[in-house]
Ligand binder design. Structure first.
Ligand code: ZN
Length: 262
């Protein structure tokens, strides 16, 4: 049987992917957001990384760790992709069927093709796809393009500092169930952070330096860009196993649910 073509905007209550699945056996008794068995159609999150993290800390790289933490998300399909996959992991077709894209890069930002960056930005602004940028992805090309600013911090130091992550907006969906927590080691990113004024700073932070001094630095920030939601999370340096921590995993699950198009 021929699959029917559906012109449902990406990011609508049920996805084009679900529509195609349903369209294959269309009976005329559809309820938006549900498949034929009556189960809610799954949404899709793609977790992308450049695969440069040390194997002794992240055996399945950063995207493997983040994807593991998303396993508890109900009704979500979690897909891992990386820079060395065909089409740099994000084909036009996959992108059009993705509700949220999580991005971690560090050393290979420059290899990401401009055409891919354009596609991602368009998908966020016009299609409402959520975009989550992690740690050193403050310099990732799609994130910089979405922000439209330098996205630089004033300094980048691994000097034995710890960070106290503070829930600043306890009623924000990304903070649901999250309490203040400490990361015993961190890469210290210094303010000011050159991004547009965020619509919410969900997580603040205080660095505790080895010399006993303290310094504030924002850890979790949100924006709306066009139709899409964007979240930046500062922790996630590749030599510390923070992306396996339950508090961090909860933040990612919350952030994916928040960033998904309504
Ligand atoms: Zn780092």
């Amino acid at each position: 049987m021929r699959i029917m073509k559906c012109n449902i905007p990406a990011g609508s209550l049920f996805s084009r992917r679900s529509a195609l699945k349903i369209g294959a056996v269309l009976t005329g008794s559809l309820v938006a957001g549900f498949d034929l068995a009556g189960a809610p159609a799954k949404r899709r999150v793609v977790v992308w990384s450049e695969r440069t993290a040390p194997k002794d800390v992240y055996p399945d790289d950063i995207n493997g760790a983040i994807a593991k933490g998303l396993e508890g998300l109900e009704n979500w399909e979690v897909i891992k992709k990386n820079l060395d996959d065909p089409e740099q992991g994000v084909s036009e077709e996959l992108l059009s069927q993705t509700d949220v894209l999580i991005w971690w890069g560090h050393k290979r930002h420059g290899e990401v093709k401009d055409a891919l960056v354009e596609r991602i930005v368009k998908r966020v602004k016009e299609g409402g796809m959520g975009f989550i940028s992690v740690h050193s992805s403050h310099f990732a090309k799609p994130y910089k393009k979405l922000m439209g600013t330098a996205c630089s911090w004033s300094e980048y130091k691994v000097d034995g500092s710890s960070v106290q992550v503070i829930v600043k907006e306890p009623n924000h969906p990304i903070a649901k169930g999250v309490k203040d927590f400490n990361l015993p080691q961190t890469e210290r990113y210094g303010e000011p952070y050159k991004v547009p004024t965020p619509e919410a700073v969900v997580f603040d932070g205080i660095y505790n330096r080895p010399d006993g001094t303290h310094e504030p630095s924002r850890q979790g920030l949100c924006w709306t860009v066009g139709k899409g939601k964007v979240f930046y999370f500062q922790p996630g340096h590749e030599t510390f196993p923070d992306l396996f921590r339950p508090e961090v995993q909860l933040i990612f699950r919350n952030a994916v649910a928040w960033a998904a198009p309504r």
